[in-house]
Design a binder for this molecule. Sequence first.
Ligand code: PLP
Length: 404
Amino acid sequence: MTTTSPLDWHAAFSGRAQLMKASTIRELLKLTQQPDIISFAGGLPAPELFPLDAVKQASATVIEKYGAASVQYGTTEGHLPLREWIAAQTPGITPAHVQITTGSQQGLDLLGKVLITPGDVMAVEEPTYMGALQAFQPYEPRYVGLPMDEEGIIVDALRDILQTERVKVLYTIPNFQNPTGRTMSLARRQALVELTAQHGVIVLEDDPYGKLRFSGELLPSLYELGLQYHGGDADANHVVYSSSFSKTLVPGLRDAWVQGARPIINKLVQAKQGADLHTPIFNQMIVTELLADVLPRQIEIVKAAYGARAQDMMARMREHFPAGAEYTTPDGGMFLWVTLPDGVNTTDLLPLAVERKVAYVPGTPFYANGGGENTLRLSYSNARTEQIERGIAALGATIRDALQ
Ligand SMILES: Cc1ncc(COP(=O)(O)O)c(C=O)c1O
C-alpha cells in the first residue's frame, strides 16, 4: 500500500522562485479596493479615455485585411509593419534593432534574463519602479542605489560609485519617473551617457511615459544621445531603450518594444522564443492600425487630462498639506512623490489614511536596498476633480494628525 503525503511545494520551488516574494504592499493595498475608498495608489491609466470605438473598428479591419494570418502564429521579432514604424521614429535604426514585447514588463524580465548573472552589479535609481525590481530579482543582481535630486540621477555620485564598483547594467526611467514623477535634465542625460560609455556600463532606458509630457520641453532620449555619442552607429549604442503602448493607447493589448544594438536584440529573440514564442499577432496588428491617426490624437487627449489632474492635485496639496510635507512637480506622466518629515512612517500611516477613505502607495518597496520610510507615491491619472478634492483633503488631515 502506498501512502500519499502532501507534496511540500515550498521545498520544491527553485532558488529563483524562492526569491519571488508576495509583496506586503500589494496585500495592504487590497484594503484600498473597497468602492468607497479614493485610491491614488494604483498606477492605472484613465479607462474613460480609452479609444474603444477605434479599437473595435481596428479589430474588424485587421480580420478583413489579414484573415487567418491575424490569428496564426507570428514571428518572435514581431509584426514587421509595427517594427518598421517604431524604427522610423529614430533616424539610423532599422526593424532589426526592434523587438516587440508583451508589455515593457516582459522586456524587463527578458533583459534581466539575458544580461544578469547572479552577483552582477546593477545600478538603479533610488527610488525606482518596483515592477522592475520584481522582474530583475530572480536573476540575482546586487543592487547599488543611485541618489537622485530634482534633475534625476546625480551623475557625480555615479562617478564616485564607479571608482569602486564594476557596474554592469544601469536601469533608469528618465521621463516622469515612476514613482517620483521626476525628469532627468539634459545636462545630466549627456553626462550620464558619456560616463556610462566610458565605463562600459549598459544603460537600460525605460520610457513608457515619454510621450505624455504636459509641460516643459521635449528632451532627447538617452538612446538618441547614445547614438550620437557612437557616431550614429546603432550597433555600437550602449543604451537599450524600451517603451510601450500601454500608457498612450491601452494597456490590455500588452504591446511594447525594446530597441537596441543587434547583438542584444538577437539574444532577446532567443529568450522570448522560450517565454511566449511571440506577442499576440492580432494585438500587434490592431496597434499598427491605430498608429497613424488614433495614437497622435490619443496622446493629446491623455496629456491634457493628466496635466489638468496633476494641476488639480498640486493645488489641493498646497491647500491641505501641512508645512514639512514636500512633493515633486511632474511635467508629465502619472505620478508625484511626497516626502514627509523624518520619523513619519508612511506604511504605518496607510491604515489611518484608509480610515479616512483615501489610499496611496508607501515609498519603501520602490527602494532596492531599503529606505524611504517617510515617502509615498500618489497617482493622479485615474482621479477626477471631485475625488482629488476629497482625497487630498483627507490625506492632508491624516498627515497633520501624524505630525502632531
Ligand atoms: C516604469 C515602468 N516600466 C514598465 C511598466 C510596464 O508597462 P507595460 O508592461 O504595461 O508596458 C510600467 C507600468 O506601470 C512602468 O511604470
